[in-house]
Design a protein around this ligand. Sequence first.
Ligand code: IMP
Length: 460
Amino acid sequence: MKNVERGFGLAAEAYELKSRQDAGGTEILKGFLRMNYCVVGLQWGDEGKGKVVDILAEKSDLVVRYGGGANAGHTVIIGDQKFALHIMPSGAVRPTTGCVISNGVVLDPEILIGEIDGLAERDISMDGRLFISENAHVVLDYHKMEDQLREDALGKNKIGTTIRGIGPCYADKIGRSFAVRMADFRDIDALAERLRKIVDYKNKVFGALYNADPIDVDALIEKCKVYRDRLVGFVCNTTRLLFEAMDNDKNILFEGAQGALLDLDHGTFPFVTSSNCSALGMGPGCGIPNQKVDSFIGLVKAYATRVGSGPFPSEQDNEIGDVIREKGHEYGTTTGRPRRCGWFDAVAAKYTARVGGINEIAMMHLDTLAGMKELKICKAYKLNGKETDFFPSDADELAGVECVYEAMPGWDEDLSEVTSYDDLPENTRNYIARIEEIVKVPISIVGVGPKRSQAIFRNV
Ligand code: IMP
């Protein structure tokens, strides 16, 4: 591992040095520039990973999406163009960056093809720089159908999924017999034969349980032929590709999806997604061990949001939540659903930072809080009358906690033009410092607006 003895703020330091190098400066420490980062959300997703990944991708040779699927929605704003990507790594918008979709992803071919075409319309080609794992599992129509049928059947107890077929596809992966992987598109006749058996089974089950209309297997096979034509050229052994990239000292950026509170094992089960979307999922999701990452960067918003069902202790289902939602444009990138909004939950962030071995934090959307007289930070929970600073991930237990808040004075200043940490208002810096103190991880990147340029890197 490189330079880790220098402690935190690696992203900030490397970014600054590389920028000086780009500007023709001479004080370059070469070793610093060889960095592998992993960027993961520490809340319930939508923390602004797309933007941070996009910025760091400038210094990366490869960006790797290693988990989740088209349930994710990563927005990148460049100039006046907005890119919303669901399955493609956010590095795609940088025309020379390699993009890897590794084995841990559940890939919806229809959505990926749409994104390849959407980028091409903006003169961004993926030819020769998109690498899809042959072991990535494939989301097909019957997965999305099952997601919808199950949610409908659960009624008011539904998980609130994105209906992108994520859970059913991962279930088929674990179950193995009905799994379809990207490698299967190489022999379309063999795949067609298997699909007939799989669809026959699914039709019987969906018909019996939900009285659902049968899936037309011939139409599905025709779709799969299109997927084969469009995607097989990108399919390869991405683990080998990553080993070779590491042997050749390439900089690799691992891009997490969702947020650690939605992690299947460590999040607020059952109101979670079906993958290990905390930093712990990186190794299994791409074949590279965590020790090869120089810095795990945890993303948070300066407040908290959640979409879908499940406990959310610091939720403000009131005027405060409404103000945050409108100012922060808190509507889902994938589903358009209004996000539930609340105060920053430092208990939850401390937990997810610890679970993921997070070295430094990027705090986004700080500009959204401008104009609020008073801000609150949830610094502990009250559970059965006792105060605790440990996050109980069990959904029932979490639903029973009460937040212990610490109030802090807000600020009125518009932050969107601020470019240096020292120029942030004193109250903003105090807010950041207090969160660092509770979460026990330094905040090295601060987001003050949606654009690439609106990020402040700080040596901590
Ligand atoms: P699924 O991943 O579609 O099965 O949804 C399970 C839960 O995770 C639901 O509450 C979704 O709203 C939530 N979820 C999944 N992906 C994201 C994301 O990228 N951002 C925020 N929430 C997400």
